[in-house]
Design a protein around this ligand. Structure first.
Ligand code: NAD
Length: 480
């Protein structure tokens, strides 16, 4: 027998230990060739004062095995506790969150019997970079960062996933009618990568109407890839409308490591009562088995699980009079799956995983560095001593080299010159200084301009340089 694949396991909190034991028992009975290393994470660790929820030593195991099967944890209320998931994702570079959302009609109630959607969410960037600032009395800011390599990796992963799993279409959700630069980049990279996969259909939806369509007719979608925040929200919606969040597993994939977990939490009120449904974690473990190159075991486990659901052996959360045959606890459910190893479902679609479904995706499109030219600066001020016209009049006096005041906005709305008196203004002003077309601006001009703004009695809270990249503005235009 070949050497066992080491994996790191955490039993977590609440119902975690019960569903993890059930999952490991099923994998063991199915002949999974794995060796587990256990680490402690979660509530007890947080309450010992470790604000990440994981002891430093646990990282050694994760770095060694690079495969993590994780039960849910309880995040203590209040305090400065950090999200363990966000920490692990960022530390291990887990760039793609993969969440299959499948209906098991007629055995689990759903309004969408034909639903079979895989949501692939970018997992490291967007508003989750965690860069937030309070800038004035009234205004707070969170930075949305979208990168070309980050977008390319997850989009390429989505197309590779579609190809490996015989899926026909990849859909992209963005809001690039509003966020033309950030979501615009995600959309652009999507089109570039899609061109390399002519065998797979592709389409893009604006996220609002796309989300409405997903909730209404999920059968129209196959694989959907999206930036972090939209994916966070919509993957829960998709799992719920498929039948139950309790049945969905998820994979967090990186180039060097991967983490597998149920999407639900630790359900503390159900803990220790042999009640919880282990299906979410088990289906995550199935994805793990495919990832570590044991597709045969993954197939056996998944088909036995489908047969158990089809036979009406259900935990309390999906039990329904007239549909279910027997209500069981966590342990009995696991035993029922074990009894059915080797069987395939008769009505639900059986699965068959392949060795070729271990997916690797890298950002590989070579990028020529664009020619970058400084043309101006947006200086943001904390100011509450008058109207937009007062500010415009004062700042028009402030000039440095080629830089002169062109426009002022408040919350993105133009308020000077020719603003409307009706526009509501806060204490946060963006003042755009630019050179005339063709005039060169040096970085030193920007620094000196900010010095002059301070000398004129203002408080700049930040500045953003305005560049042309190969002649194309790398900043949004001011409308109004
Ligand atoms: P939850 O998912 O734990 O529970 C929501 C509801 O679903 C509850 O009614 C619960 O009884 C039920 N439920 C959840 N999983 C079930 C299962 N496997 N079988 C049967 N019923 C199940 O969400 P919550 O109550 O908001 O959060 C509880 C704790 O879990 C919190 O501390 C939260 O921070 C944490 N949490 C952890 C993770 C994670 O570790 N990945 C994810 C989400 C929430």
């Amino acid at each position: 027998m070949s050497t066992k694949t080491p994996i790191t396991v955490a039993y977590g909190d609440g119902i975690g230990p019960e569903i993890m034991q059930a999952t490991l028992n099923i994998m063991d009975a199915a002949g999974a060739n794995i060796e587990t290393e256990t680490i402690e994470i979660g509530e007890k660790v947080y309450l010992r004062g470790v604000e990440t929820g994981m002891e430093p030593g646990a990282w050694d195991s994760l770095r060694r095995t690079r495969v993590f099967l994780k039960a849910p944890i309880t995040t203590p209320q209040g305090g400065g506790y950090k999200s363990l998931n966000v920490t692990i994702r960022k530390a291990l570079g887990l760039y793609a969150n993969v969440r299959p959302c499948v209906a098991y009609h007629p055995y689990v109630f759903t309004k969408h019997p034909g639903m079979d959607v895989v949501i692939i969410r970018e997992n490291e960037e967007d508003l989750y970079a965690g860069i937030e600032h309070r800038q004035t009395d009234q205004v707070y800011q969170c930075l949305k960062l979208i990168t070309r390599p980050g977008s390319e990796k997850v989009i390429r992963y989505a197309f590779e996933y579609a190809r490996a799993h015989n899926r026909k279409k990849v859909t992209c959700f963005v809001k690039d009618n509003i966020m033309k630069l950030t979501d615009g980049l995600f959309h652009k990279v999507f089109e570039e990568v899609a061109a390399e996969y002519p065998d797979i259909e592709h389409e893009t939806w604006i996220v609002d109407i796309g989300a409405a369509k997903l909730a209404d007719t999920p059968e129209q979608f196959d694989v959907i890839v999206m930036p972090n925040l939209y994916g966070d929200v919509l993957s829960d919606v998709a799992a719920q409308i498929a039948g139950s969040v309790g049945l969905a597993g998820s994979a967090n994939i990186g180039s060097q490591a991967a983490m597998f977990e149920a999407i639900h939490g630790s359900a503390p009120r159900r803990a220790g009562q042999n009640l919880a449904n282990p299906s979410g974690l088990l289906l995550a473990a199935v994805m793990m088995l495919v990832h570590i190159g044991q597709p045969d075991v993954a197939t056996r486990v998944h088909n036995a699980w489908l047969k158990t659901i089809e036979d009406g052996i259900h935990t309390y959360d999906i039990y329904k009079e007239g549909v279910s045959q027997r209500q069981v606890g966590t342990r009995e459910f696991a035993e029922a799956v074990i009894e059915r190893l080797g069987q395939v479902p008769a009505v639900l679609k059986p699965v068959s995983y392949q060795a070729t479904q271990v997916i690797r995706a890298e950002a590989k499109t070579p990028q020529r560095k664009a020619e970058k030219r400084l043309v101006g600066v947006d200086v943001f001020l904390d100011w509450d001593r008058g109207s937009a016209n007062d500010l415009g009049a004062l700042l028009s006096q402030v000039k440095e080299g080629p830089l002169a005041l062109r426009v002022i906005t408040n919350r993105g709305v133009k308020v000077w010159p020719d603003g409307l008196p009706e526009t509501f203004c806060t204490d946060h002003w963006r003042c755009r200084f630019m050179a005339n077309e063709g005039e060169a601006v040096a970085p030193a001009d920007v620094v000196q301009l900010i010095g002059r703004v301070v000398a004129a009695g203002f408080e700049p809270i930040k500045s953003e340089n305005l560049y042309l990249f190969d002649g194309v503005p790398g900043f949004s235009a001011v409308h109004g």
